[in-house]
Write a protein that binds this ligand. Structure first.
Ligand SMILES: [Zn+2]
Length: 65
């Protein structure tokens, strides 16, 4: 994953006029509410509760014809 974290909307006013804030990495500023904020990466989630975790091998065995 080499893409930078680019916010699409301001987390405060949901504005779309976001611009990089200075030289700081991951820092953005909203031109609508005039807030500056940072977008950071916290870590990966454990893929334990993915939807459809039940494998699709149920009720296939024992077919008698
Ligand atoms: Zn804003």
């Amino acid at each position: 994953m080499s893409a930078h974290s680019v916010p699409l909307h301001c987390p405060y006013c949901a504005g779309e006029f976001l611009y990089p804030h200075g030289e700081r990495h991951g820092a953005w500023e909203c031109r609508e509410c005039l807030r500056a904020f940072t977008v950071g990466f916290l870590g990966l989630l454990a893929p334990t509760d993915s939807p459809g975790s039940t494998s699709g091998t149920a009720a296939v065995k024992g077919e008698s014809s």
